[in-house]
Design a protein around this ligand. Structure first.
Ligand code: NCD
Ligand code: ZN
Length: 346
């Protein structure tokens, strides 16, 4: 099979940032994707419907005229979030999810949630109206090993929450472990999980063996090889519980290549080619459309895109820019470390 046609894909977890960075990275996504769930972890975060409306306008203003793209907005859950504002955000049609960051878990998460009991009225309202909660599923307890933080979150936070509020529709964002894969598999129709492109490609050796590679560092951090293999199996299984959320998260090189480097891999530019490569390796090219274009809309109760996109396998490898040039500085594009031959056709 040398050509594949997919319904135009969507990215169910994306960081677009703001200002000059937004301007630089938005075309990288809009070139291939019709829609994206846009993460709200700006400084200050996107907390209210009014914040989301303003951010939506800035994204649309940054979109090149010849590109079509629909940002699906999210609200950043804080302990001060008003359930009525969340209900109004849902009713507006602009906001498609609320994001839970445990305070301190990742980039710009200090306004996140310390005590889940404080946000129960919001979560109860969301369960009532069917608005999904997207979770950054890592505990922040410094005594828990960073490689165990996802599994511990599932046991100590996620499972108790789902038992308390079984009607809450929930997406486990960017799962990185076999425990995450297994939990999502058993959750029923109110539960789904996104998987990033890079977690299908790298394990923790890529970050740490033979010298530290800051451009492979992201959160949740890549785990052991057995976990990468579990993620590959899940993504290529055809199960509707798993779909693509790239978590493409640009940071300028100066902040990645730093004594305290920022977390995030920037994969918007080459994600589709990389996924075709991975799915072909797994003998599952027929499952690619489910992962990139069908399962996400089904969970979010949105139509599948009618436009299509084609990829073609060629003898010559894809050539991507090594860096995207943003006004704030260069942003390194994720380098898989092997040649990729699936070209996205214009
Ligand atoms: C994200 C970012 O930079 O905003 N970083 C990352 O490593 N994924 C935050 C996040 O999604 O955790
Ligand atoms: Zn993210």
């Amino acid at each position: 099979m040398h050509q594949i046609t997919l319904p135009r894909p969507d990215d169910w977890h994306l960081h677009l940032r703001d200002g000059a960075m937004l301007q630089a990275v938005l075309p990288e996504t809009a070139r291939h994707f019709a829609r994206a769930i846009v993460m709200p972890n700006l400084v200050p975060p996107v907390v209210t419907l009014a914040d989301a409306q303003a951010y939506h306008s800035r994204i649309m203003a940054a979109l090149p005229r010849d590109m079509a793209f629909e940002p699906l907005m999210t609200l950043y859950l804080t302990e001060g979030t008003d359930p009525a504002d969340v209900a109004a955000a849902h009713a507006s049609g602009l906001v498609k999810a609320v994001k839970l960051y445990p305070a301190g878990a990742t980039t710009n998460s200090h306004s996140g949630v310390r005590d889940l009991t404080k946000v129960m009225p919001v979560l109860e309202k969301m369960a009532e109206i069917g608005l999904p909660l997207c979770t950054h599923g890592e505990v922040t307890d410094p005594s828990v090993d960073i490689f165990d933080r996802e599994a511990v979150f599932i046991d100590t936070v996620l499972d108790p929450l789902r038992r308390r509020l079984p009607g809450l529709r929930l997406v486990m964002e960017h799962i990185t472990t076999e425990e995450g894969v297994a939990y999502a598999a058993e959750g029923g129709e109110n539960l789904a999980a996104t998987i990033t492109t890079h977690h299908l490609i790298i394990n923790r050796n890529h970050i740490l063996a033979g010298g530290i590679k800051p451009h492979y560092y992201c959160l949740p951090v890549a785990k052991r090889e057995k976990h990468r293999l579990a993620l590959r199996k899940a993504a290529t299984s055809g199960s509707p519980r798993y779909f693509l959320g790239t978590d493409s998260a640009p940071h300028v090189d100066a902040l990645k290549e730093h004594a305290c480097g920022c977390a995030g891999c920037f994969t918007a530019t080459n994600t589709l080619s990389l996924l075709a490569h991975v799915f072909e390796e797994e003998g599952a090219l027929d499952k690619l459309a489910g992962f990139t274009s069908l399962n996400g809309p089904a969970f979010y109760r949105l139509p599948v895109n009618t436009a299509t996109i084609r990829l073609e396998k060629r003898a010559e490898p894809c050539i991507w820019p090594e860096k995207i040039v943003a006004d704030a500085g260069p942003v390194t594009v994720f380098n898989p470390g092997f040649p990729v031959h699936w070209h996205v056709l214009p």
